[in-house]
Design a protein around this ligand. Structure first.
Ligand SMILES: [Zn+2]
Length: 93
């Protein structure tokens, strides 16, 4: 009984990252949003994943909305890779 309640209240990290990806394309239910927010509140790894996802989306949106920036794609891609690797390295410490 207790484990069922815990299971229904809290998402796993895997479920959370999946919901974060889904949330970018589809609206989540009220319950899914609550469970997602609870997990993000308590899990530093998923908070970091969420932040990285938002950064990537912002960069991609900027490139789509600003086609003149296409010439800098290689540089921006390299900067993005560097930032992601830096975040991953910091998480492992
Ligand atoms: Zn998590």
């Amino acid at each position: 009984m207790y484990s069922t309640i815990i299971h229904k209240l809290f998402l796993t990290c895997q479920e959370t990252t999946l919901l974060l990806e889904v949330k970018n394309n589809l609206p989540l239910s009220f319950i899914q949003n609550i469970r997602l927010q609870i997990h993000l509140y308590i899990c530093k790894n998923c908070q970091s994943y969420h932040q990285n996802l938002k950064t990537i989306d912002k960069i991609l949106e900027g490139n789509i909305m600003n086609p003149s920036a296409e010439g800098n794609n290689d540089l921006k891609c390299q900067q993005l890779k560097t930032r992601i690797m830096k975040n991953i390295t910091n998480e492992k410490k």
